[in-house]
Write a protein that binds this ligand. Structure first.
Ligand code: FES
Ligand code: FES
Length: 157
């Protein structure tokens, strides 16, 4: 069955008609052309499809679109400002934490949620936070260094 849902997407109210069985990932990529959210395993294992639901990371491949009625979603398209990248994106670039980039949208969103909740995470807390985001290229070291550097910058500010 089809129904129209209303939710906030990257700060703007959206109305979209979805099928009961459509995932949020499908709606973002196929209906709304927001292809920054990646489709990897499509079964909750890789984190490539991570978006923020009311500020918390979720796997959009496991979330039915109808469940987001009245909620707020942030995708990677909503992260950068009009003129510049978000500091998380800048730092990932600078620290060499991006290789093929497939995991990057999910990693960036997971990092934003982590730092919003915990401005000074330990290395163990960083590893735990990104444990649901698989990166096949980087070996994680540069990603962890980038997140540590962001936490240090936040402390200075
Ligand atoms: S595509 Fe959703 S967790 Fe892999
Ligand atoms: S940079 Fe390639 S999967 Fe992470």
């Amino acid at each position: 069955m089809e129904r129209t849902i209303e939710f906030v997407l990257n700060g703007e109210t959206k109305k979209v008609t979805v099928n009961d069985n459509q995932t949020l990932l499908e709606v973002l990529r196929e209906k709304l052309d927001l292809t920054g959210t990646k489709k990897g395993c499509n079964q909750g294992e890789c984190g490539a499809c991570t978006v923020l639901l009311d500020g918390k990371p979720i796997n959009s491949c496991l979330t039915l679109a109808v469940r987001i009625e009245g909620r707020s979603i942030m995708t990677i398209e909503g992260v950068a400002g009009k003129e510049s990248l978000d500091p998380v994106q800048e730092t990932f670039n600078e620290k060499g934490a991006i290789q093929c980039g497939f995991c990057t949208p999910g990693m960036v969103l997971t990092t934003k949620a982590l730092l919003a909740e915990n401005s000074n995470p330990t290395s163990a807390e960083i590893k735990e936070a990104i444990s649901g985001n698989i990166c096949r290229c980087s070996g994680y070291i540069k990603i962890i260094e980038a997140i540590q550097s962001l936490a240090e910058e936040q402390e200075v500010m």
